[in-house]
Design a protein around this ligand. Structure first.
Ligand SMILES: *[C@@H]1O[C@H](CO)[C@@H](O)[C@H](O)[C@H]1NC(C)=O
Ligand SMILES: *[C@@H]1O[C@H](CO)[C@@H](O)[C@H](O)[C@H]1NC(C)=O
Ligand SMILES: *[C@@H]1O[C@H](CO)[C@@H](O)[C@H](O)[C@H]1NC(C)=O
Ligand SMILES: *[C@@H]1O[C@H](CO)[C@@H](O)[C@H](O)[C@H]1NC(C)=O
Ligand SMILES: *[C@@H]1O[C@H](CO)[C@@H](O)[C@H](O)[C@H]1NC(C)=O
Length: 500
């Protein structure tokens, strides 16, 4: 998931969504394409189109073309259909999820299944209406997306032999997803327990929360100690100065970071950018990974000596972070969702940041803000979830006149959040995933692992277990994948016609 912080206010610097979480992009090696060519299979990146209902609550509105990718390379009669909604991205580059470079494809190959990736409504080129105007976005809801998956499964005629005889009443469908689509797996199975036979929910952010300060806990606990010690020192100092009365000191501090013209809150919010780099880490990220370079900038001095576990302390780190920030911050200002600046012009499609922001503003919240007093902070407490939600007014002025407060309590009751208990649903989570505290493996989650709804917790990052190459370096992730494959083996034998 590309989940989610939204814009702060009206100033350019603060009107930023962070990279939404999302599933990892996976590379498809050339030999797989060559293989498809030699076998005269359709190219793996061939786009198919499904006539999806524009509005599941009013089928009279008609249909739109929803894109998907598919392969039946390993299909054997009666085999499962491996199905994933790609979530908050243009899905075209994600067709690798039908191939065995992912856990989806490995299961398809091993159990004689076909594999499908579906593009989420209002992302990429799968749009009910040819624009992302707010009137169109009224149909971008999690309810509609769940119904898309169900309607697709029940109605698609797959581009393979007997493609009209492969519905979820005839063969077992296995619903996959990671991050937001991982949560969609759980929410869809709650809403429709009788459609998908098996679910695989990776880094599934099932429990919605507006004030999601715990996003930073997995990184605080797992980042290099010198780096966390120094980041904590700088953040504490920033909050002390910014909540004090010395305006000159505030201006001087902002100016040293190149944010002299911003507000205190915008400046404090921008300091999160470097922490958000953690979300890009994977087990195969080398020491050159962006987050590690951030720590190096703070923790290696001009003589090439790195700090002990205690860090270099506030004085050194303030200067080091300010210098780094001035050099890199400009590049980050591009994380900006398109705004309705010209109210009458149609807003172009294929703007995942805008569509994602809509979901965040209306249903999920997920503000990545600082912790309450009494908790250790690696980001400033100055930015509140209300500040974050104010970005909704900036991005969608005709929809929100004041900051929205998504009813996450009602949402969690409806889709059961951490309380979910279903049959044949496998959760895969990572201890170093920043979104972990929204998953069933959260410290506060009451969920327990059972044989009917197992929870695999590895040492992985965000959705690491979906991609074979990301999982491979870490035996704890491989073990979670292997465990799931064992469950699939058992659960497929429970399919009613399996014994016929
Ligand atoms: C959306 O945000 C990403 C960074 O997460 C950025 O690379 C991209 O350019 C943005 N897209 C648009 C259309 O603003
Ligand atoms: C993927 O499939 C190819 C054959 O199509 C096979 O050579 C390769 O070993 C498979 N990889 C995995 C991880 O199963
Ligand atoms: C200190 O920082 C360096 C540079 O980022 C890092 O390589 C090292 O692991 C850190 N050591 C500790 C004990 O945190
Ligand atoms: C604080 O840091 C600056 C620049 O790194 C250095 O010149 C100065 O001596 C330091 N002051 C103290 C008290 O350590
Ligand atoms: C989960 O169950 C607990 C205990 O019954 C309850 O207090 C809580 O409100 C439930 N949460 C949701 C999201 O339904």
């Amino acid at each position: 998931m590309r989940l989610f912080v939204i814009a702060l206010g009206v100033s350019v610097a603060s009107a930023l969504v962070p990279k939404p979480p999302g599933i990892p992009l996976v590379e498809v090696p050339g030999h797989l394409h060559e293989n498809a060519r030699l076998l005269a299979l359709p190219p793996y990146d061939m786009t198919y189109y499904f006539d999806q209902l524009i509005d599941h609550d009013d089928p009279s509105k008609g249909t739109f073309k929803q894109r998907y990718w598919h392969t039946a390379e390993f299909y054997q009669q009666g085999g499962p259909i491996i199905f994933m909604n790609a979530g908050e991205v243009n899905a075209a580059p994600y067709y690798g999820y039908i191939l065995n470079v992912t856990i989806n494809g490995v299961v398809a190959q091993k159990y004689g299944g076909a594999a499908i990736v579906l593009e989420h409504r209002f992302f990429g080129l799968s749009n009910p209406y040819p624009n992302l105007n707010t009137e169109s976005l009224e149909l971008l809801t999690i309810h509609q997306s769940i119904e898309d998956d169900v309607y697709f499964a029940k109605n698609v005629v797959l581009p393979q032999a007997n493609g009209d005889q492969l519905g979820p009443d005839k063969v077992p469908w296995i619903l996959f997803g990671g991050s937001y689509p991982g949560a969609l797996v759980s929410w869809t199975m709650v809403a429709h327990p009788d459609v998908f036979w098996i679910g695989y929910a990776s880094s599934a952010v099932v429990q919605a929360d507006i004030d999601f300060w715990r996003y930073y806990e997995p990184m605080r606990l797992n980042m290099p100690q010198n780096c966390s010690a120094d980041v904590e020192a700088v953040v504490a100092y920033v909050d002390e100065v910014m909540t004090g009365s010395d305006v000159e000191a505030q201006i001087a501090l902002r100016t040293s970071f190149g944010f002299g013209g911003s507000t205190n809150v915008d400046f404090a919010g921008a300091l999160r950018w470097d922490l958000w780099l953690w979300q890009d880490l994977q087990p195969n990220t080398g020491p050159g990974g962006a987050f590690y370079r951030f720590c190096d900038d703070l923790e290696v001095n001009s003589n090439g000596v790195s700090a002990s576990a205690d860090g270099f302390g506030l004085n050194h780190t303030l200067t080091a972070w300010a210098n780094r920030f001035k050099a890199t911050a400009a590049a980050k200002r591009e994380f900006e969702p398109t705004k309705d600046l010209e109210a009458r012009a149609d807003i172009p499609v294929d703007d995942p940041n805008r569509s994602w922001t809509w979901i965040v503003c209306n249903e999920l919240g997920s503000s990545l803000v600082g912790p309450p007093l009494g908790e250790i902070a690696v980001v400033s407490r100055l930015v509140t979830w209300q500040d974050n939600m104010r970005g909704c007014v900036t991005t969608f002025p005709e929809a929100f006149s004041t900051f929205p407060i998504p009813d996450v309590a009602a949402f969690n009751t409806k889709y059961q959040g951490w309380n979910v208990t279903l049959d044949r649903l496998f959760f895969a989570n990572g201890k170093r995933d920043p979104w972990k505290e929204m998953t069933v493996s959260a410290v506060l989650s009451p969920a327990v692992s059972t044989d009917r709804q197992p929870i695999g917790l590895s040492n992985g990052f965000h959705a690491s277990d979906l991609v074979m190459q990301l999982a491979a370096p870490d035996p704890t992730i491989v073990a979670v994948q292997d465990s799931f494959i064992q469950y699939v083996e058992t659960w497929l034998t429970e399919w009613p016609s399996a014994s016929n």
